[in-house]
Design a protein. Structure first.
Lengths: 533, 302
């Protein structure tokens, strides 16, 4: 670029005022709207989680009644899953970076993109309204299992309706991304010149579009049963409770991959940058995303190994579950191989990526333990499962997001964060996290069921360790956020490409201008992760 | 752990050993290699990245080996589980009745108990019956669990192999007192078992027996404390404010009121309580004679 070129305004400076944000069709602004709204819900979810851990620090009543506890864990699950994890990476980082990484100026349908955010806000308000109207938030668990969800007096219909609306938000984002990737890639960017984060978003988007309608109709059936007394799931009305479980998990298992695939995409971006090496096994990683998305549709039954499903069905679901583990293993091997003979720069995003690999391994390997029939019968609905999915969802997706917040901090906000503070906060989060969730795996092996307000005395020690871990972790999160907020004012100005990254977002200014690129980006012919040494 | 409390422990624990063993190995190995690379190829010591070519052989190796490994894990998981679904022809049948929030066990001779007593080394089949929502019968020491689902005839079986008592827990979330829905299984000698089974005398008042059998006492306390519904203590003869079809009115707790509270609980709901989760009628579960027993019992509960 010639020195005479005038630095154009960043997308922040283009227009000002609240209206210019909440009605913006700029993908970067919408991404940030998601970031702040998701972040707020995440913090609410964290506080609910802290309260649960505090209640469980000793047997018997500690700070709340059983019914309150049941409502707290339901709300924690609903917020963390429907309002945080499902939108998370695609809605925030996908929105901000997908168009930039494929060298275009926006998503295919900017107005639909804005509509998705509005639907998200509407769904969030419905979920929160359960706090203030009627009999309080639902006390069913985030799974809304019938017939309890049909019988309980709490606000199940409202909570379910919130999830229904959020589903539309998810479908529209998925649709938008599919079309964007097919139609708006830079003319010189073939499918296999595309970075792996867009690949992961692409695989995810298909799940969002194809699986979400099933949960939509299922949730409406719950409402119909509660309001009109239709006998769909409650056997006392002639319904079938197992049917509900099938319908619920046909969506909610693929949804697990909606939550984790994009996070894997983030790891595939960060590792080559900090290793200064092209990613190892580019095609294997890209194909494995598609394989996970595909096989992920056929494993939902492993949530129901003890529900009385037929014997052969249990065996088939178990074997398919084991097969879906293979593409995840392939990704992990390739990430580690990328580090081999690299020139590795240890910065906070890499630390979060390494923690991701370690914790995702624990999450994945414990998944094998509960994918096997004999062991699942013992562990199903115990704390082992709670530990397992927090290792995948928080230790995986959560940590990848924390890493990406640092990786793209300069690109999004135009300043650099304080590296030393970031590494110290990472230390607290990592140690706290493992003290919080590892004891849960042991508690589960010992036979402590989940969703327990009170427990037998022999489970006390591990519960205390877990609760103390939650304090350490939250302290780390507070430190991390303080650092990020302070750096926005005090940080050094971010250069275009602070890490020596190779994908297109590093070719534009930090933060980018409204149309992303002032000059035509150059798509590297050697592939997305080629480092000129 | 490390007992042989039921006939399934061996198979399940073998699967645990194989899968957990392989998992720990891979976790440690991959993490160690990752950390080793990060230290060895640190930019300070290794400023220029080396050139590493794509390696298809390696990709195939680390696809095929994990596939074989997970299939082995699947196999052991299946083998440990298979006997749980192969029901013996000859076994003692006991109905396990789950209801918010208590377990009752009904034996073939009609005996009902809130704990499960079984003879050692004899096959026992539990027919799982739920009267309201989902529950799950879980005996951690035996490594067995099966959901108890209203309207569906699930069952499970086991052989108790070591004398002793073991926890029975509810593993499927079922509402406020889910974590208190516990019982015990006692594995006893054959002779002790038959003495116990044929002893139908009880120290409890017949009315209390009916209340326990129908899980009434898990919501309505006998000591005046509030669990979910109003306590039974001192309720006989008092004047109570109830809501009938949305309208408040005063009633006296008499024979007729108690009878209607059992057969049509939602008709008059005590003020301050929710109609909530109680079964909509006990018509098929509690006979008129049993209602009389309950009334006699409540009279004694001052």
């Amino acid at each position: 670029m010639s020195t005479a070129a005038i630095q154009s305004k960043s997308f922040y400076e283009e227009k000002k005022g609240l209206k210019s944000w909440i009605f913006s069709t700029d993908h970067k602004r919408i991404g940030l709207l998601y970031f702040y709204s998701l972040g707020s819900f995440f913090l609410v979810g964290v506080i609910l989680g802290l309260l649960m851990r505090l209640e469980l620090i000793s047997p018997g009543e500690t700070i709340m009644k059983a019914k309150t506890y049941n409502q707290v864990f339901t709300l924690h699950g609903v917020i963390m899953i429907f309002l945080f994890l499902i939108p998370s990476v695609p809605a925030v980082f996908g929105n901000i970076f997908l168009p930039i990484m494929i060298g275009t100026d926006d998503v295919a349908f900017p107005k639909i993109n804005l509509l998705s955010w509005w639907l998200y806000v509407l769904g969030g308000l419905f979920a929160l309204s359960t706090l203030v109207v009627g009999d309080g938030p639902a006390d069913t668990g985030w799974t809304f299992y019938a017939p309890y969800s049909v019988k309980t007096g709490t606000n199940v219909s409202l909570a379910v309706f919130a999830a229904f609306i959020l589903g539309f938000s998810s479908i529209l984002t998925g649709l938008n991304f599919i079309v964007t990737i097919h139609r708006l890639r830079h003319p010189k960017m073939g499918w296999f010149k595309m970075p792996l984060f867009p690949w992961a978003l692409y695989a995810t988007a298909w799940i969002q579009v194809l699986a979400t309608p099933i949960i939509g109709i299922t949730l409406l059936m719950i409402i119909a049963e509660r309001v009109f007394g239709l006998g769909l799931f409650d056997p006392s009305l002639g319904g079938d409770p197992i049917l509900y479980q099938h319908l619920f998990w046909i969506y909610s298992h693929p949804a697990v991959y909606i939550m984790v695939l994009p996070a894997m995409g983030l790891i595939s971006e960060m590792i080559p940058t900090f290793a200064k090496r092209p990613i190892f096994g580019y095609k294997a990683i890209a194909y494995s995303s598609m394989a996970i998305a595909f096989i992920g549709y056929f494993v939902w039954g492993h949530h129901m190994f003890t529900s009385g499903m037929s014997g052969p069905a249990r065996v088939i679901f178990s074997i398919l579950t084991f097969l879906v583990a293979v593409p995840s293993a392939i990704k992990t091997f390739n990430w580690v191989a990328t580090l081999y003979k690299g020139s590795i720069l240890i910065k906070t995003p890499l630390l979060f990526s390494m923690a991701f690999i370690f914790q995702f391994l624990i999450g994945g390997l414990t998944g094998l333990v509960i994918g096997a029939l004999a062991t699942d019968v013992h562990l199903h609905d115990t704390y082992f499962v709670v530990g397992h999915f927090h290792y995948v969802m928080f230790g995986g997706t959560g940590f990848a997001m924390f890493g990406a917040m640092h990786y793209w901090y300069g690109k999004i906000w135009g300043k650099m964060y304080n590296e030393k503070m970031a590494q110290i906060s990472f230390g607290f989060i990592f140690v706290g996290f493992n003290f919080l969730y590892f004891p849960m795996l042991i508690l589960g092996l010992m036979g402590m069921p989940r969703r327990y307000y009170d427990y037998l005395p022999e489970f006390t020690t591990l519960n205390v360790i877990s609760t103390v871990g939650s304090w350490v972790m939250v302290l780390g999160i507070i430190m991390m956020l303080t650092n990020l907020i302070r750096s926005k004012k005090r940080g050094e100005k971010a250069p275009k490409d602070p890490w020596g990254g190779t994908t297109l977002e590093w070719q534009t200014s930090s933060p980018p201008s409204l149309h992303n690129f002032d000059t035509e980006p150059i798509v590297p012919e050697e592939g997305p992760y080629f480092h000129k040494v | 752990m490390f007992t042989n409390a039921s006939n399934f422990v061996d198979g399940v624990d073998l699967s645990f050993a194989i899968i957990l063993g392989a998992s720990v190995f891979f976790l440690v190995a991959i993490t160690a290699i990752m950390i080793w690379f990060v230290i060895k190829y640190n930019r300070k010591k290794h400023p220029k990245p080396g050139i590493v070519k794509e390696n298809h052989k390696l990709e195939i190796i680390w696809t095929v080996i994990p596939t074989i490994l997970v299939l082995v894990m699947f196999y052991y998981g299946w083998m440990g589980y298979k006997p749980m679904r192969e029901f013996p022809k000859d076994s003692i049948h006991i109905k396990a009745i789950a209801q918010m929030w208590s377990w009752n066990f009904e034996y073939e001779n009609g005996k009902v108990s809130d704990t499960l007593v079984v003879p050692i080394d004899k096959a026992v089949t539990l027919d799982l019956i739920s009267r309201d929502v989902l529950h799950s019968l879980y005996i951690p020491a035996f490594r067995i669990k099966e959901d108890v689902i209203p309207g569906i005839d699930n069952k499970m079986w086991f052989i108790g192999q070591e004398l002793g008592d073991y926890n029975i827990l509810c593993a499927e979330y079922c509402g406020d007192r889910h974590s208190y829905m516990m019982s015990k299984v006692y594995v006893v000698q054959e002779t002790e078992y038959s003495t116990w089974l044929n002893d139908k005398s009880s120290n409890d008042h017949p009315g209390l027996q009916v209340l326990k059998k129908n899980a009434c006492t898990s919501c309505h306390s006998l000591d005046g404390s509030k669990i979910i519904g109003p306590s039974f203590k001192g309720v006989w003869g008092i004047t109570e404010t109830v809501i009938t079809e949305g309208v408040e009115r005063q009633i006296t707790v008499d024979k007729e009121y108690i009878r209607s509270s059992i057969y049509d609980p939602n008709a008059d709901v005590t003020k301050g309580y929710n109609p909530g989760l109680m079964i909509t009628t006990y018509k098929d579960l509690i006979t008129e004679d049993e209602v009389k027993d309950i009334i006699e019992y409540l009279k004694t509960l001052k």
